[in-house]
Design a protein around this ligand. Structure first.
Ligand SMILES: Cc1ncc(COP(=O)(O)O)c(C=O)c1O
Length: 398
C-alpha cells in the first residue's frame, strides 16, 4: 500500500503563474485579440483610444497617454516637463532609495540628478526628516513610488511639494487600483489597526495615479494590470503635459511629418490596449483576491524569525508584492524552493549600489540596504488556490 503523502510533500507553486492569471479572463482576452488581428489596424487606433479613456476614468484623471512601457512613461514625463521649461538639465529629482531601478533610470536618462532619500524602517514610506533635508533650490520633482502595491502618499509629502514648488510624480507601476486613505498607517505593527478610527477617516475614493501632477504606470505582464507584452501609460490632469508626452512618444510630431520635438517611438499598441481594456474590468475583483490572500498570509504566518508587512486592509494596498523580511532570507528562500515554492527578491541590489551608478555607490542608505538583504516576496496572484496559499503558510511556519 502506498504511504500517505506527508502534508509537506513538495507542491509546485511558482512565484507567478502567468498562464493561470491570463486564463482567468482567457476567453474574453482571446476575443479581444482576435478582433484587433482581424481588424487590420494595429497602432494608434480605436482600441488605444478606448483604453486611454477607460483608464483615465478609472484612475480619476482627465488624461491618459498610452506609451510603450513603464520606464518610458517615467522618462517621457520628465522629458516633457523639461520641454515645458519646468525642469532644466542638472536639476535635482528626489527618489526613494528603495525602488526598482527604472525610477532612477528615467531621471539619469534625462541628465537630471537623482537625490536618494531612504525610507522609514517602520512605515517603508519616505523618511520625512530626510526628505525635508534633501530639498534644495534645484529640487524640481519628487518621484513617489507606491512600491509593493501600497499607497505611500501622505499629506506631509504633498505639503512639502506645494511649499517648494516641487512636481509630484507618482510611479504607480506596482499599484493599479490602489486607493489613498487617511490617515496613513504604520507598515509594521503587532496590534491590529483600530478599525473604527480608520473608517471614520475614509476619504471618498482617490486612486493612486491621481494624487500628484502626473503618474506613470507599467503594464508589464506580471503587474496587477498586465498586458501580453510591454505597455505603459501616463495619467494626469495636465492636458498640456499629456499632449507633449503624446507628441514626443510619436517622433515629436505635432501632426504627421511635422516635428516639434526630437521625439522617439514609444506607443502602446492596439493588441495590448484591447487586452488591457478587458482586464481593467476585472482589476478590482483580481485585486480583491490578492487582498484576501494577503489577509490569509498576515493572519496565519506565525514565525518569530519573520517580520510581516502591516496589514493594509482598506484598499490602500493592492498587494502587487507580499514582502516578508528576515535576516535568514537566503536560507529561507532555499528551504521554500525545496518544497516547490517559488519566491523572488525585490530587490537584491538597490539602485545606488548598482555598477552603472558608480557615482552613487559610496552613499549610505541603511534602511534600503537592509531591506535588500532581508526582503523575500511570497507567491501572490489572483489565480492562486486556497490550497496553495495554505501550503505556503504551512511551509513558513515550519
Ligand atoms: C516601480 C516600478 N517602476 C517602473 C517599472 C518599469 O516598468 P516597465 O517594466 O514597464 O518598463 C517597474 C516595473 O517593471 C516598476 O516596478
Amino acid at each position: 500500500m502506498a504511504a500517505e503523502p506527508s502534508v509537506m510533500t513538495p507542491m509546485n507553486i511558482p512565484y507567478l503563474d502567468l498562464k493561470a492569471v491570463m486564463a482567468l479572463h482567457g476567453d474574453e482576452i482571446q476575443r479581444a485579440v482576435a478582433e484587433v488581428v482581424g481588424g487590420g489596424w494595429y497602432l494608434q487606433g480605436e482600441a488605444v483610444q478606448r483604453f486611454e479613456r477607460h483608464y483615465a476614468d478609472y484612475i480619476g484623471t482627465q488624461c491618459c497617454v498610452g506609451v510603450a512601457n513603464g520606464l518610458d512613461a517615467l522618462t517621457l514625463t520628465l522629458r516633457a516637463y523639461m520641454e515645458l521649461g519646468k525642469i532644466g538639465e542638472d536639476d535635482e529629482v528626489i527618489v526613494p532609495a528603495n525602488t526598482f531601478i527604472a525610477t532612477v533610470l528615467a531621471i539619469t536618462e534625462n541628465r537630471l540628478k537623482p537625490v536618494f532619500v531612504d525610507v522609514d524602517a517602520d512605515t517603508l514610506d519616505l523618511d520625512l526628516e530626510q526628505l525635508e533635508q534633501a530639498v534644495t533650490s534645484r529640487t524640481k520633482a519628487l518621484m513617489l513610488v507606491h512600491l509593493y502595491g501600497r499607497c505611500t502618499y501622505n499629506e506631509a509629502i504633498k505639503t512639502l511639494c506645494d511649499q517648494h514648488g516641487i512636481l509630484l510624480i507618482e510611479d504607480n507601476a506596482q499599484a493599479h487600483g490602489c486607493t489613498y486613505l487617511q490617515p496613513p498607517t504604520s507598515t509594521f505593527s503587532s496590534a491590529e489597526p483600530n478599525l473604527k478610527s480608520q473608517i471614520s477617516n475614509l476619504k471618498p475614493q482617490t486612486r493612486t495615479g491621481s494624487l500628484g501632477n502626473a503618474a506613470c504606470h507599467s503594464f508589464y505582464p506580471g503587474k496587477n494590470l498586465g498586458a501580453l507584452g510591454d505597455g505603459g501609460a501616463v495619467t494626469t490632469n495636465d492636458e498640456e503635459l499629456a499632449e507633449v508626452i503624446r507628441s514626443i512618444a510619436n517622433y515629436g510630431f505635432a501632426k504627421k511629418y511635422v516635428a516639434t520635438y526630437k521625439g522617439r517611438n514609444s506607443r502602446l499598441d492596439e493588441v495590448q490596449a484591447a487586452v488591457l481594456d478587458v482586464k481593467l474590468n476585472y482589476l478590482d475583483e483580481d485585486n480583491g483576491r490578492r487582498q484576501a490572500i494577503a489577509r490569509t498570509y498576515y493572519h496565519n504566518i506565525k514565525n518569530e524569525a519573520i517580520r510581516l508587512p502591516r496589514l493594509m486592509d482598506k484598499g490602500d494596498n493592492v498587494y502587487h508584492i507580499f514582502p516578508i523580511f528576515t535576516s535568514q532570507r537566503d536560507a529561507l528562500k532555499e528551504a521554500l524552493q525545496k518544497k516547490g515554492i517559488g519566491t523572488l527578491i525585490h530587490y537584491p541590489i538597490p539602485p545606488h549600489q548598482q555598477a552603472c551608478y558608480k557615482e552613487w555607490n559610496h552613499l549610505s542608505l541603511p534602511v534600503t540596504e537592509r531591506l535588500a538583504r532581508e526582503e523575500l516576496s511570497l507567491p501572490l496572484h489572483p489565480a492562486m488556490t486556497d490550497e496553495q496559499v495554505a501550503f505556503v503558510v504551512e511551509a513558513l511556519n515550519a
